[in-house]
Design a protein around this ligand. Structure first.
Ligand SMILES: [Zn+2]
Length: 83
């Protein structure tokens, strides 16, 4: 894998199509609304500052994200030979 490819993947992970810029732009995540059971995030284009998308994070999602961040999962190879 080339380093360029890796950079591209990082870019797409945090970019969305912006109608004003007419292209996929890197976005900034902003907490828009906090509700009892979910948080709503706004995605802002870093080029022109307009909102290009929103995301809802439910309480369940948050717990899952926190669990994944505090305890990064590693792929444990299954070994059926050892029992
Ligand atoms: Zn834009």
């Amino acid at each position: 894998m080339s380093p360029q490819q890796q950079q591209f993947e990082n870019f797409t992970a945090s970019s969305l199509y912006c109608e004003k810029c007419k292209t996929a732009m890197p976005v900034r995540e902003r907490l828009l609304l906090v509700l009892p059971d979910r948080d709503i995030f706004d995605y802002l284009c870093t080029g022109c500052g307009s909102s290009v998308g929103q995301r809802e994070v439910t309480a369940g999602d948050k717990m899952m994200m926190q669990a994944m961040q505090s305890r990064p999962r590693r792929a444990i190879p299954l070994n059926p030979a050892i029992r």
